[in-house]
Design a protein around this ligand. Structure first.
Ligand SMILES: Cc1cc2nc3c(=O)[nH]c(=O)nc-3n(C[C@H](O)[C@H](O)[C@H](O)COP(=O)(O)O)c2cc1C
Length: 408
């Protein structure tokens, strides 16, 4: 049996420390072993006993504890070396500043400094800052973050919204779900896409026949949502454009209904996109006429025309990002034709039964025409696989707009 993943969860003195309990619960649900180390400030803001109960282990608090329990003792060097992943969530401005300047004056900061540099450079130390937006925007804090990022520390940027102090701004810790996704990404060695802007289309578009009826398909939106999550976990800034879906979307997703609306939404965002993943199942045909009132005819013959071809629009656009197109058909011949005519960097061909399913049996077709058949897998696993595949090609051929904006 595989050895369980070992996590060190460092919790510092932010009001967001209560969210670390949920994060710890999610880690445990994954079957991961977690050792929690709290700073003195974090211990004042949260309950040590809750962390002890949820982790099932002694909680680290002091560098010089009064008593050492032989089996549960917290040795800072062991805790620095043994974990597969070290996660600081929430991370205060203080711990970020101390780490950036090599200060080791308590248990957590001493552990952080004792982590081998190859672990840091391979992205095994994750930091999820949480602070008031003035603190977050403070150039000293930003400078510290840049300094640490240059050594390989991975940051999960805070969200924008209402903060505990009542201000509205950036500084709220990323959600425990996103932190978990990012941990999974690090453990599966996803490439680092920090600063790369990704646009993903997902779901199904609908073409109205009359005020109540639509022409559409069975796509659920799962695949695109998983791809968006995987890129986000790899550090990208991700925007989703979604038609109708049967899944819960992030609140900032751009919602569209018809293929023409999706085409406009994609076109509008091309100048701000480095990688485009076109996963949506668009309605290829629309009724030539949409009836204003509900149709009641006993028999109906409907004339259709093609909807806008989004991939074609993208292929001839001024700002043409690195493009991954999905092609749903039982024959991969259609995907090869699409590749020849519209020249995306990559095509993911998948059989029609993929729509609405939780699994996919993808065929990857590269620009060269080279074809790679993958085994059937969950859409979550394939999303991560796709991020790895894109990572390899994106880095080597440097396609897409190169003026990446670093999110910090
Ligand atoms: C109620 C309360 C909430 C706080 N929230 C934050 C926060 O979200 N982020 C932050 O950087 N500091 C916050 N602080 C300030 C830190 O607790 C303080 O800088 C402390 O020295 C951090 O110590 P530590 O990094 O060792 O945990 C807060 C303080 C209090 C009293």
């Amino acid at each position: 049996m595989a050895k369980p993943v070992e996590i060190l969860l460092g919790v510092t003195g932010s009001i967001a420390a209560y969210k670390s309990l949920e994060l710890l619960r999610l880690f445990r649900k994954k079957g991961w072993n977690v050792t929690v180390v709290l700073t003195r400030s974090a211990a004042k803001l949260t309950g040590i006993d809750s962390f002890r109960a949820l982790s099932g282990r002694e909680v680290g608090l002091d560098l010089f504890p009064k008593y050492r329990i032989p089996h549960d003792s917290i040795h800072h060097i062991d805790l620095a070396v043994q974990p597969d992943l070290t996660v600081i969530a929430p991370a205060t401005a203080n711990i970020i500043g101390k780490l950036a300047h090599g200060i080791a004056d308590d248990l957590l900061s001493t552990i952080l400094l004792a982590i081998p540099s190859e672990k840091v450079s391979s992205g095994r130390v994750l930091i999820a800052p949480a602070m008031n937006s003035n603190m977050w925007l403070n150039p000293i804090v930003q400078e510290n973050i840049r300094r640490l990022a240059a050594f390989g520390y991975r940051f999960i940027n805070p969200e924008t919204g209402e903060l505990a102090c009542g201000m509205v701004g950036t500084g709220r810790m990323a959600s425990p779900e996103l932190i978990l996704e990012t941990c999974c990404a690090c453990l599966t060695q996803l490439p680092d896409f920090t600063g790369v802007r990704v646009l993903v289309t997902t779901g199904r578009t609908e073409e109205p026949l009359d005020p109540v009826r639509v022409i559409t398909n069975r796509s659920s939106g799962i695949m695109g949502l998983e791809i968006a999550k995987a890129f986000k976990a790899a550090g990208s800034t991700v925007k989703l454009i979604a038609g109708e879906v049967t899944v819960q979307l992030p609140p900032d997703a751009i919602r569209v209904r018809t293929t023409a609306e999706m085409a406009t939404a994609v076109e509008n965002r091309l100048p701000e996109t480095d990688i485009l993943v076109m996963c949506a199942a668009v309605a290829d045909y629309q009724p030539v006429k949409t009836a204003r009132a509900k149709l009641h005819a006993p028999n109906l013959t409907v004339a259709f025309r093609r909807t806008p071809d989004i991939l074609k629009i993208v292929s001839s656009a001024k700002y043409r990002p690195f493009t991954v197109a999905f092609s749903q058909d039982d024959s991969v011949k259609m995907a090869h034709k699409k590749l020849r005519e519209k020249q995306p960097e990559l095509i993911v061909a998948n059989p029609v039964k993929t729509a609405g399913s939780s699994t996919i049996r993808p065929v990857i077709i590269y620009r060269s025409g080279k074809t790679r058949r993958l085994q059937e897998m969950s859409k979550t696993d394939f999303a991560r696989e796709l991020v790895k595949i894109v990572g390899t090609i994106y880095r080597s051929n440097k396609k897409g707009n190169t003026n990446h904006v670093h999110p910090l």
